[in-house]
Write a protein that binds this ligand. Sequence first.
Ligand code: GDP
Ligand code: MG
Length: 597
Amino acid sequence: TPPEIIRNFCVIAHIDHGKSTLADRMLQATGVVEQRDMRAQYLDRMDIERERGITIKSQAVRMPWEVDGTAYALNMIDTPGHVDFTYEVSRSLAACEGALLLVDAAQGIEAQTLANLYLAMENDLAIIPVLNKIDLPAAQPEKYAEELANLVGGDPADVLLVSGKTGVGVEALLDRIVAEIPAPVGVADAPARAMIFDSVYDSYRGVVTYVRVVDGALTPRQRIQMMSTRASHELLEIGVISPEPTPTRGLGIGEVGYLITGVKDVRQSKVGDTVTDLAKPATTSLGGYEDPKPMVFSGLYPLDGSDYPVLRDALDKLKLNDAALVYEPETSAALGFGFRCGFLGLLHLEITRDRLEREFNLDLISTAPNVVYDVTLEDGKEVQVTNPSEFPTGGKVAQVCEPMVAATILAPSDFVGAIMELCQARRGQLQGMDYLSEDRVELRYRLPLAEIVFDFFDQLKSRTRGYASLDWKADGDEAADLVKVDILLQGEQVDAFSAITHRDKAYAYGVMMTAKLRQLIPRQQFEVPIQAAIGSRIIARENIRAIRKDVLAKCYGGDITRKRKLLEKQKEGKKRMKMVGRVEVPQEAFIAALSSD
Ligand code: GDP
Ligand code: MG
């Protein structure tokens, strides 16, 4: 396919503004998917994506479209909208010359609209502003067309009005893509260079790698080389997705498609890497992407200890398809054998856990998630702490740094006070504030990741009656006064409950956790103190009073059956008990205490 008739574009938007639905309509309008084969969110191929109504993996699909007698090939790349998957968005953008910036006509610009727009601008993409959902009675096309035009520059009249639901405006949109998005340029007789923008493990075909050719061409049976590792492979198959994978005789400049080499692990076909020709290799690779960095860690333990090998295999399998997932074995006195896993964010954690439980039939406990801390010891040594119970104790710690984020919050101006109050309570530093229009304001804060990653978004939503939107990205590290709070049962530390908190919040955590455990742990034959401590200093304490004698004492003399029943029952319960020192703790208590409320 000659590059002049190719258009590569992506659709970027705040979550739920209708990317996947609009993509469906474009697939239909171009005849790629026939009416009878159509199903909602056609490109969201994973069950979990369809159930949750969110896009996790990027998708690339080729669509024919004719303008003035010329047949064009449009390559659309659908991207995920959630912050956890921003790294997927940025790599998709790098494979395109243009972007449709989609905004819900009843909502207006939101935080991820901005974040995605900035990413697109950094990649020098042509931007077509589009208002979607104009069929909604609550749509305000004039108001938001103006907002959008102000943002991207240009005339409100140039903002396209479409509905992914009814299909209105979709053909005009396809014409605009041909007219306004530049054709790809590259050097035809240069050594082949193709950028890997996604890599997916498929149990039948091995790794399917999505590429965008920049220079030269790739053809079947060619020997290719991965520029970062120098590993070489034979191209077993190469083709385009339209809407199913279709082999072709090769891919030329600007073309987007897939290739299969028979490798079994997505790490061997790394996103961001450059594919070249082994016989005639390119000298410089295309600018790569940063490796996704895990931001949130949690311990995953099988409820049934004998499932440990199943969990290990399951993680190995998921890893084949998820370069962002990291894990290593860990043992917990309270929970047994498990893995410390790193995730991009809470949604990534949730989805991974969900998949492990469903696809591999596992029952899991996950420990309270935490961020990564960089600890400098008195002797100058530095350690990275991903598990709070491994936080160095005693007077050895010189400095603790925690990850920070740059957060952008968009909301109606009425809520500025409420938002500032929340951010202040979360140790935020205000960096700036802008009015996007009369009644909509953008607030920029620098905040510790640990303060926003867990329940911040819910808090923000409830304080703004659902109107605020949030986006954030990593923004370095900062030293803070952080301490480890341990929870002790009868003097024994329970590793799964250790937490790292800001010194000002340590007391609250200690009180909350000891009170929770007092409710959850049944009375024992002896008194059990529950304590929260920073080092050797106790900051909170609860007591579980002794019980056994009293229970039996109540069943006086003759009633031997009742006594036996009671003892039976106690034995039954013990099966699912974990011992912490001399204290028996039902597994349910751990689960309940670890689940956030
Ligand atoms: P995405 O998160 O950007 O991919 O958004 P989706 O395509 O999943 O759409 C989010 C929600 O908006 C879904 O409930 C859609 O049915 C709905 N939706 C999408 N486009 C339209 C539209 O043009 N009109 C109306 N009324 N609803 C839409
Ligand atoms: Mg979607």
